[in-house]
Design a binder for this molecule. Structure first.
Ligand SMILES: [Zn+2]
Length: 63
């Protein structure tokens, strides 16, 4: 069974496709990002807002 992917308009195969009705993970991510962006509008936050509880200056090479 196939159906047109709503995002890229290619044939999306249903069998074994966990991203159905999208054709692929790529379109799944696009779709996810699209409505996440529209619904939530989360401002971009830096991953680490506070620098270093135990960061030693000049000790960049720990490993
Ligand atoms: Zn697609």
């Amino acid at each position: 069974m196939t159906r047109k992917c709503p995002l890229c308009r290619r044939e999306a195969v249903k069998d074994g496709n966990k991203f159905w009705p999208l054709c692929s993970e790529r379109c799944h991510l696009i779709d996810l990002g699209k409505w996440l962006g529209e619904e939530y509008r989360v401002p971009a936050e830096p991953a680490e807002s506070e620098a270093g509880s135990e960061g030693l200056p000049g000790a960049d090479d720990n490993e």
